[in-house]
Ligand binder design. Structure first.
Ligand SMILES: Cc1cc2nc3c(=O)[nH]c(=O)nc-3n(C[C@H](O)[C@H](O)[C@H](O)COP(=O)(O)OP(=O)(O)OC[C@H]3O[C@@H](n4cnc5c(N)ncnc54)[C@H](O)[C@@H]3O)c2cc1C
Length: 398
């Protein structure tokens, strides 16, 4: 389906890299303190660069390899096989790099964009706050006011993933007064993490894993006025631009996780014997394989369809909402079945499944909880009928 480059060959090379370079060090990277993690990660990054596999999806004009969007979507699936592969291959910074490329100018762009694409620094993004339901970001309470050519930022965020490793956080803050409607009242401001007043209070472990999810207090943090990206009040617009393709990439990586779980499940079922026959011969296990195959394939086709629509200039909001929810369920359920087929071993670190399962649980919460997407898509489809039209699935093929 994709055009432009020989994506199958690139996909195969990336898969080989992930299997031969990343898998062997995965267990040592998991939960390693940053100083140890970076010592292991840097050589992987250098090898990816040497093999021509670095920053494949970043636009050429900012130092990436400019793989066309649809080709890169396919490559993402194999990058998703390991949680560490994104960083090893320099794709972890894609969303932030594109955001800076599209919306940042002058000093911010000069200072951060190049090093970000080269993997010399790490990004982070701060939207979510502990004190308000952040699935409704119009409620966010962090503010930024202009004072003497500087933004003064005050508030508290949490779940700013990687803040403790990052050179900067792009902060979502209210810059407009109460009279401005919520969707036009917020802006994105780049805050270097060494700015006085930027205070990391703690790293919140998630289901027993480290992950560098930071709670950050902004105590009158001052940055130059031109560290605003885009225009005042455009925070939602920038977030939307970031999230559309981002959700496709997430979903493809979840498919990569599901594929890995599926492989492990099928191999185990063929090896292990109980009650006189292989697990593979039991109909209940065959059903687990069937359900997983059906869900993976359905989710794949949904995701590729959404990607094609996005590539054709459609915002594909309904399709992207669908894949976020279907993808999060799919990856969770496929890994869950793979664990079941492994018995007790499935919940130990002797296979990657237990950690993959914990990560899969987050998928239903981050990037907007499932319920919000379900509500938005449901409303959108019903509105089409309320306006006298409808939603003809057959007429929406990309
Ligand atoms: C691993 C991980 C990494 C993250 N990384 C980042 C990051 O880097 N930067 C960042 O800013 N944030 C990050 N987040 C935070 C994430 O984006 C938020 O948790 C998410 O947006 C939900 O906000 P909340 O936690 O405040 O939940 P709330 O808004 O309090 O919602 C709680 C629950 O209420 C229910 N709910 C909400 N709305 C509706 C509705 N309309 N209808 C029915 N039910 C509803 C849902 O079940 C939802 O899960 C991360 C989260 C996780 C788990």
């Amino acid at each position: 389906m994709a055009r432009g480059s020989d994506w199958r060959a690139i996909r195969a090379r990336v898969l080989r890299f992930v299997e031969s370079e990343v898998y062997p060090v995965e267990a040592r990277l998991d939960d390693a303190p940053f100083a140890d993690w970076i010592k292991l990660m840097r050589p992987l990054m250098e090898r990816a660069k040497a093999e021509g596999l670095w920053a494949l999806g970043h636009p050429k004009e900012i130092g990436g390899q400019g793989l066309p969007f649809l080709d890169y979507v396919h490559v993402n699936e194999v990058i998703g096989r390991s949680e560490h592969a994104m960083t090893a291959l320099g794709t972890h910074s894609l969303q932030d790099s594109i955001m800076l490329h599209l919306f940042a100018a002058g000093e911010v762009r000069e200072r951060f964009l190049g090093p970000l694409v080269r993997g010399e620094i790490f990004p982070s993004v701060g939207l979510t706050e502990p004190d308000v339901a952040s699935s409704d970001p119009t409620q966010l309470e962090t503010t930024a006011r202009l004072d003497g050519g500087q933004w003064v930022i005050t508030g508290r965020k949490w779940f700013t993933t990687w803040a403790s490793r990052a050179a900067f956080t792009t902060v979502f803050a209210r810059t407009e007064g109460a009279e401005t409607p919520g969707h036009a009242a917020f802006s994105m401001i780049v805050v270097p993490t060494d700015t006085p007043g930027y205070t990391i209070l703690r790293e919140t472990p998630v289901l027993g894993m480290a992950g560098a999810h930071c709670e950050v207090e902004y105590r009158e943090v001052r940055v130059p006025a031109h560290y605003l990206i885009g225009r005042r009040g455009e925070g939602f617009k920038i977030a939307q631009k970031r999230l559309g393709p981002g959700r496709i990439f997430h979903c493809m990586r979840w498919l990569g996780q599901a594929q890995r779980a599926f492989d492990l499940m099928c191999r185990r079922a063929n090896r292990r014997k109980a009650f006189g026959s292989r697990l593979a011969d039991k109909q209940l296990v065959q059903k687990m394989v069937f359900d997983s195959a059906a869900e993976i394939q359905a989710c794949r086709l949904l995701t590729l369809d959404a990607a094609r629509k996005l590539d054709q200039g459609d915002e594909a909001r309904a399709e992207i909402g669908l894949i976020k929810v279907v993808g999060a369920r799919m990856v969770h359920d496929v890994i869950d079945r793979a664990i079941q087929v492994h018995g007790a071993m499935g919940v130990t670190p002797d296979t990657p499944l237990e950690r993959m399962y914990r990560h899969a649980r987050f998928a239903r919460i981050y990037d907007g909880p499932d319920e919000v997407h379900i509500q938005t898509v449901g409303r959108r489809l019903l509105a089409a009928y309320a306006q006298g039209g409808g939603w003809d699935f057959g007429d929406r093929d990309a």
